[in-house]
Design a protein around this ligand. Structure first.
Ligand code: ZN
Length: 155
């Protein structure tokens, strides 16, 4: 009859390795969770249940696409967004209207970049507003290919 001990030791060693791998994998998942980008390479914002993708168009308009938790595109129905562009020469309030299922800004972003945009999001008109601060940096990150405001690289 075989001695079960070597087998047991082997399994324990494997388990230890597996746990270590899991810890490492989970750690990197948490690190990546800081910034998420959506399918349009925009910045993904968690609205609690739904996700919104903040995207700056070529003409400096903002468009926001809405997805469910499984990242399936959803027409924006109840979401309410307002933004304040804190440009060096003054704050500009930006309103949004629904266009082709997305929320599209009714005004363009002020000139320049590097300033903050405060985006206020409500999943429904009655929901508690969530504020997101986005630094407007429009150049494309060479590493991830996203605009810098939606860069998913570490730092
Ligand atoms: Zn990047």
């Amino acid at each position: 009859m075989e001695n079960p001990t070597p087998n047991h030791k082997h399994i324990m060693k494997l388990l230890t390795h597996l746990i270590l791998l899991l810890v490492l994998a989970t750690g990197s998942v948490f690190a990546d969770a800081k910034v998420k980008a959506g399918p349009r390479k925009g910045l993904l914002l968690d609205l609690g249940g739904r996700q919104a993708e903040f995207y700056v168009e070529k003409d400096r308009g903002i468009s926001i696409a809405v997805y469910d938790s499984a990242m399936k595109a959803q027409p924006a129905t109840t979401e309410v967004f307002t933004a304040t562009a804190e440009a060096p020469d003054g704050k500009t309030k930006i309103a949004f209207e629904v266009k082709d299922g997305k929320l599209v800004s009714t005004t363009k972003l002020p000139e320049g970049e590097g300033y903050q945009i405060v985006l206020q999001a409500k999943a429904t008109p009655e929901a508690k507003p969530k504020n997101f601060r986005i630094k407007l940096q429009l150049y494309i990150c060479e590493k991830c290919g996203n605009p810098e405001y939606a860069c998913i690289c570490d730092e």
